[in-house]
Structure formats: structure tokens, C-alpha cells
Design a protein around this ligand. Structure first.
Ligand SMILES: NC(=O)c1ccc[n+]([C@@H]2O[C@H](COP(=O)([O-])OP(=O)(O)OC[C@H]3O[C@@H](n4cnc5c(N)ncnc54)[C@H](O)[C@@H]3O)[C@@H](O)[C@H]2O)c1
Length: 251
């Protein structure tokens, strides 16, 4: 496996207790990074901290609900106290939300999905990028979704939130392009993680049927692209969206 050098780099991985975030954290640790896992699931955080590379590496776990802006500020200070700097942010925390048509979508559920999948992305990007601007270096990778480009039926809140994450990434990428800061997003197709427990089987079948590769993307395949985007080798690309859809995306 190719490796990117994260020696002396400190990374924050939100949603790092499981799934895509956990796979990314493993990959960054393999490259020598110190990693802070920010997540609201205490049990999953505990398990993550005790397994794989996290067992051996310099890892901090931070229990935080990312929809709480003050809690995000507190998590940022805590990680800065521990590592002194944040070089890399991978924002992976998210939920699928209910599967229903727009006509039937409950407004409270819409608000919950937007809060976690879009507002939290803003809070986390804002808090962390400030510290990166102060140092003139940083790499941010936001985990969006192919749903944000295409709009999945029966997942309008999720699709809208992920489209928002793509736009946030493009704006922030341009705002920081004069510094050695890169802000990019990836748009995975479906990956079999715990997030599937939140979805209807018909929805999972629909997503699979749309992937020309004919299979789900593996979390390690997502981590591979994220690792490069998060590395210092990615010194030019910013404000961009990187496809991980197995051929589904046509733009
Ligand atoms: N798995 C897929 O099919 C897929 C496809 C495209 C994009 N994504 C996106 O990738 C990201 C990670 O998904 P995953 O498949 O690893 O899901 P997952 O459910 O395995 O992990 C998500 C993590 O985010 C955490 N989280 C959720 N809300 C939070 C909050 N308010 N505060 C702190 N932590 C919170 C959860 O506790 C969990 O550990 C999500 O943003 C998801 O939308 C997933």
C-alpha cells in the first residue's frame, strides 16, 4: 500500500469512531499522524480507541455533539491543547435521515438532517479553519455524497445537505486559496457501514443499482483518496469535488 507522510501532523477526524471516519483515521495513523476522533457515540469511540492502529498510535477521543457550536469550539481547544496544532480535518460525521418522499417528509426530520449534515459541517469547518489560517497551513476534506450531486429520491434532506457541503467546500476553498490550505470534498457512492441501519432496504437496493461498478465502495477505497487529499502532496487542488461513485457521476 502507498503511504503519505503525516509525520508531525495532527488530524481531526469527525465521525471517526466508526465507518468511513474510522477507516480514514487508520490510514492517517499509518502515515504517522496524531489523530483526534470527534464523535458523539461514546461506546463506538471507546471501541475505536482500543482497536487497530488507534491502540498503538497517538490518539485522542473527544465526545462531542457537532450540532452544538460551543461544544465544537471546546473540542477544538481540547485538541489544540493536546496536539498544539491541527493540520488536517476530515469531516465525516453524518446521518442518513429518514427515507420518504418530499411530499411525506416530516419538517422536524428535515431540520434534524440539515442540522447534523450541513450546519455541523459549517461549525466544524469554521472552528478548525481559523486555526489553519493562523498557521498558514491546512488540509480539509469534507465527506459529501453522490446524493449531493444527483439528488436521491426519498432522501431529499440528505441530498440537500450534501449539496450544501459541496458548496461550503467550494466557497471555503476559494477563500483560503492564497494560503497553503486545501479544502476539498469527496462524493462517495454507498459504502456498507452502520449508516445502512438507518435506511430502508429498497433505498440501499436503489443506490447499488445506480453504481456501474456493480458493488458498494469499500471504506478503505474512500480512505485512500482522502489520505492523498489530506497530505501535503496535494498542494494545488482546492475547492474541488472528487468522485468516488464507481462510475455513477457524470459530472
Ligand atoms: N456509507 C455510505 O453509504 C456513505 C456514502 C456517501 C457518503 N457518506 C457520508 O460519509 C460520512 C460517514 O458515514 P459512515 O458511513 O461512516 O456512517 P457511520 O454511521 O458508520 O458513521 C458516522 C459517524 O458520525 C457520528 N455522528 C453522527 N452525528 C454526529 C453528531 N451530531 N456529532 C458527532 N458525531 C456524529 C456517528 O456517531 C458515527 O460514528 C457521513 O457524512 C455520510 O453521509 C456515507
Amino acid at each position: 500500500m502507498n503511504q503519505y507522510d503525516f509525520t508531525n501532523r495532527a488530524a481531526v477526524v469527525t465521525g471517526g469512531a466508526q465507518g468511513i471516519g474510522y477507516a480514514v483515521a487508520q490510514r492517517l495513523l499509518e502515515g504517522g499522524a496524531r489523530v483526534a476522533l470527534w464523535d458523539r457515540d461514546e461506546g463506538a469511540l471507546f471501541e475505536a480507541r482500543a482497536s487497530g492502529r488507534c491502540r498503538l498510535g497517538d490518539v485522542e477521543s473527544v465526545l462531542v455533539n457537532l450540532t452544538d457550536r460551543e461544544a465544537v469550539a471546546h473540542a477544538t481547544s481540547r485538541t489544540l491543547e493536546r496536539f498544539g496544532q491541527i493540520d488536517v480535518l476530515v469531516h465525516s460525521a453524518g446521518i442518513a435521515g429518514a427515507n420518504a418522499t418530499v411530499v411525506d417528509y416530516a419538517p422536524e426530520e428535515w431540520a434534524r438532517v440539515i442540522d447534523i449534515d450541513l450546519n455541523a459541517a459549517f461549525y466544524v469547518n469554521q472552528a478548525v479553519v481559523k486555526t489553519m489560517i493562523a498557521r498558514g497551513y491546512g488540509r480539509i476534506v469534507n465527506i459529501a455524497s453522490i446524493a449531493g450531486k444527483e439528488g436521491n429520491p426519498n432522501a431529499s434532506a440528505y441530498s440537500a445537505a450534501k449539496a450544501g457541503v459541496i458548496a461550503l467546500t467550494k466557497s471555503l476553498g476559494k477563500e483560503t486559496a492564497g494560503l497553503d490550505i486545501a479544502v476539498n470534498a469527496v462524493t462517495p457512492a454507498a459504502a456498507r457501514t452502520k449508516i445502512f441501519d438507518q435506511m430502508k432496504q429498497e433505498h440501499i437496493d436503489y443506490m447499488l443499482s445506480k453504481i456501474p461498478r456493480g458493488r458498494f465502495v469499500e471504506v478503505k477505497e474512500i480512505a485512500a483518496m482522502v489520505a492523498w487529499l489530506a497530505s501535503s502532496e496535494n498542494s494545488f487542488m482546492t475547492g474541488a469535488v472528487f468522485d468516488l461513485s464507481g462510475g455513477r457521476a457524470t459530472y
